[in-house]
Design a protein around this ligand. Sequence first.
Ligand SMILES: C[S@@+](CC[C@H](N)C(=O)[O-])C[C@H]1O[C@@H](n2cnc3c(N)ncnc32)[C@H](O)[C@@H]1O
Length: 258
Amino acid sequence: MKTALSRHSQALLQNNLPYFSEKTMNKPVYVRKIFSAIARRYDFLNALLSLRRDRAWRKFTARMSEVTQRSRVLDVCTGTGELALAYADAIGNNSSVIGTDFCFDMLAVGKQKVEKQQRTHAFIGIEADTLCLPFTDNIFDVVSVGFGIRNVADIELGIREMMRVAVKGGRVVILEFTQPTAPVFRHIYYFYFKTLLPCIGNLISKNEDDAYGYLPNSVMQFPDCEQLKALMEKCGLADVRFYRKTLGIVAIHIGRKK
Ligand SMILES: C[S@@+](CC[C@H](N)C(=O)[O-])C[C@H]1O[C@@H](n2cnc3c(N)ncnc32)[C@H](O)[C@@H]1O
């Protein structure tokens, strides 16, 4: 059983090579497989591995999206619905938040969680691929994604699809891990992120497909804050701004549909 970072992952990390190759496995198939396998432990591990910062990041994201009681929100790659629930809490009574994800098991865990907690502010989960959303154009005031766009096979197409379903003047919001800039902290953090986190994550989730080795690999290959801002602008979003949180290990990008 592979509990620590696999040799494959170590080699890729050291050489900064892509995690996937056409010859190995198709990215959506791998991504759905690992999230299906870790679904039950996902929320617990998020809290543990982020030292409970994850809730605050999502709460901040919802707050910066400037939702009102009338806002219609779509959270894509919603997983167990943690960001969707942050929006539901920010909106309050009668919130209309929809969460989509292509991994049924993640949505199922989210549904059970909402039922168990008897939450008044919840979300509706729908199984759907972010690259092909089952909605007509121009209907949501906010279209968000938390720790998800990095996993989508084509990031630019994912952002464009999110934009398509946003109303004119609506916000596209991306909460994602990024690479800290402070040199000393960066070294310490990378030791944790690339070495300790995969060992702990794979061990606790009992994952044999190196789900928590995939995490640092995918973050290292993801655009940095300025590059993501440029990509959002290339897609046609206006007034793109970003906020770094927790010494720059995550960032929230917000753009407006023209
Ligand atoms: C790291 S989880 C993030 C879950 C949640 N947004 C959060 O903040 O914790 C990434 C999720 O993205 C989903 N995902 C990845 N690619 C997707 C795609 N193309 N379409 C729909 N869901 C996708 C995975 O199934 C997984 O549930």
